[in-house]
Design a protein around this ligand. Structure first.
Ligand code: MN
Length: 427
């Protein structure tokens, strides 16, 4: 067992039992305050632990790393040091926060300087994303969409059970939780209309996804096998793959998603390491037919992570509109990475790979409005009595996720995004 995951560990910091950030989690992120420029922090209970300050106080001196690695606006340089280093830093932070250790708790000056309330910091993008891929790996989602858009008899396309289907997205528009987005403008054509028109989307949607972040470069012309893929994964975040369904429906053939997707994607700010998620490994669904050998991956490669989506109206009324679980994904992250690199395409530290919309097979477990409202034909009724077919201006979409094992909750915090009206188009 990874020592930092030991469920019997306790911190000298008081942590609520329902906190996403107990001592067994220790996710990495980038934060800033009025007094401090961007730097690396670790979430612990209601606090951020400033690793830059810990470095200055020689708390990592035995690890033989340059402590200024934590004084960076992105995690990329730290991640590039490799898995043994992330693991050693996480273990060291775990040690410093245990109730049996007084290196911080016994030094009031250090304690005052390195612990900041999470409510007082601004979280920034944790990584500089070079490339972003979005997969389509939930069978229930692919079937729901295939049923609505094409044919219930042949909901899955012939390739779907042979490879984790995906497309290349836009990295520049990935934003961190708390960043509002504008309703996108775009070209649409109603089925009965003769000609397309241009204007704000009428079908703004979210997609509940998780994304993993690459932790190691590969050279061009090489591939990763499923059995080695975990060496290349730093950690995971929650991912909202915003989508404009009317733009998407008109533009997507023959080359796939484009402007109906690229206007924005939102992520949670804390990267939960694959190490911290170790207790939540589960078997994935049986894969029939067996994937080709380059995609073959036996064992426990799915993760039991509870997920939910809430819609908050402009007046602050919250309605939970979806509950599902990451464990149901048909294709796992190992297979996604093996497939991504199978043609020799290289990956780089900080690249992001999103799962595809995570849907279950029952009502209330669908990870998009498209599915929850059957393409807008069956609007959802919110707690305040209003209805939604898609997302309105000034609505806020919130996604949360956590795993729970032996009474320890390892959470992701949230990704929260407010939708602003469409911006004025330059003529
Ligand atoms: Mn997606």
């Amino acid at each position: 067992m990874i020592k930092a995951n030991d469920p019997t560990l306790h911190s000298w910091i008081q942590i609520a039992p329902d906190s996403d950030f107990p001592i067994q989690n220790l996710p990495f992120g980038i934060f800033q305050t009025d007094m401090k420029d961007p730097r690396v922090g670790v979430a612990i209970g209601e606090y951020v632990l400033d690793l830059c300050v810990l470095g200055r106080y020689d708390m990592f001196v035995l690890l033989d790393i340059d402590p200024t690695i934590f004084h960076r606006p992105y995690l990329n340089d730290f991640i590039a040091l490799g898995k043994p280093v992330w693991r050693a830093v996480r273990n060291r932070v775990s040690e410093l926060l245990r109730n049996t250790n007084d290196e911080i708790s016994g030094n009031s000056e250090l304690m005052h300087e390195c612990l900041i309330k999470r409510s007082e910091v601004e979280m920034l993008m944790p990584v500089k994303v070079g490339d972003y891929t979005d997969f389509y790996s939930s069978q229930a989602h692919a079937s729901n969409v295939g049923t609505m858009f094409r044919d219930p008899e042949n909901a899955l396309l012939p390739n779907w059970k042979h490879m984790p289907v995906g497309y290349h997205g836009r990295a520049s528009s990935i934003v961190v939780s708390g960043t509002p987005i504008h309703r996108p403008n775009g070209q649409t054509k109603a089925p009965e209309a003769e000609l397309p028109t241009f204007g704000p989307t009428a079908q703004l949607d979210f997609e509940l996804e998780m994304a993993f972040i690459a932790g190691k470069d590969t050279p061009l012309g090489t591939s990763i096998s499923p059995s080695h893929a975990e060496e290349y994964i730093f950690g995971l975040v929650l991912f909202n793959d915003w989508s404009a369904r009317d733009i998407q429906a008109w533009e997507y053939q023959p080359l796939g998603p484009f402007l109906g997707k690229s206007f924005a994607s939102s992520i949670s700010p804390w990267v939960v390491t694959l190490d911290a998620l170790e207790p939540f490994r589960v078997h994935g669904p049986e894969q029939v037919p067996s994937p080709l050998p380059y995609l073959s991956s036996g064992g426990h490669h799915n993760y039991d992570i509870n997920l939910e989506v809430l819609l908050e109206t402009e007046k602050g009324v919250e309605t939970r509109i979806c509950r599902t679980n990451f464990r149901h994904m048909y294709w796992n992250m190992q297979q996604q990475l093996a497939h991504q690199t199978s043609n020799g395409c290289n990956i780089r530290v900080g690249d992001m790979f999103a799962s595809g919309t995570i849907s279950g097979s029952e009502k209330g477990t669908f990870g998009s409005m498209l599915e929850l409202t059957r393409g807008g034909t069956q609007p959802l009724r919110l707690v305040d009595g209003t209805e939604r077919s898609f997302i309105n201006d000034n609505d806020t979409v919130i996604m949360r996720g956590y795993g729970e094992h032996h009474g320890i909750r390892i959470g992701f915090g949230e990704v929260r995004t407010k939708v602003l009206p469409a911006f004025l188009q330059e003529k």
